[in-house]
Design a protein around this ligand. Structure first.
Ligand code: FES
Length: 109
């Protein structure tokens, strides 16, 4: 599919995230120190909405069971916790991003 116009930089200040539906995929856009990144919004554990989580230093925490993902790569960097169990969670899908002017494009396969 290639590069698809997804959103713009408005309302996506440094440290902020934004959920956008692009071609039927919910994508979480994040601004980390002025650079933009995109990962799937749906947590690979049990589908929690990462846009409802909190982001600190480019690491987003799922609001459902607390697994953590690096928004730059989608890599899982913290396990989910269910009661006393720690559960290994897969990496999230990440997407390449480019910005032209104020427009953010995402690369889809
Ligand atoms: S749904 Fe995200 S950690 Fe469980």
């Amino acid at each position: 599919m290639g590069w698809v116009k997804a959103t713009d930089t408005t309302g996506l200040a440094a440290g902020k995230t934004k959920k956008v539906m692009v071609e039927g995929i919910e994508i979480l856009f994040a601004n980390v120190s002025g650079k933009y990144y995109a990962i799937a919004n749906k947590c690979p554990h049990m589908g929690g909405s990462l846009s409802e989580g909190t982001m600190e230093n480019g690491i987003i925490t799922c609001p459902r069971h607390g697994s953590k993902f690096d928004v730059k790569t989608g890599k899982n960097v913290g396990n989910a916790k269910l009661l006393f169990l720690k559960i290994k969670v897969k990496d999230d899908r990440s997407f390449r991003v480019k910005v032209e002017g104020k427009t953010i494009f995402v690369e889809l396969e």
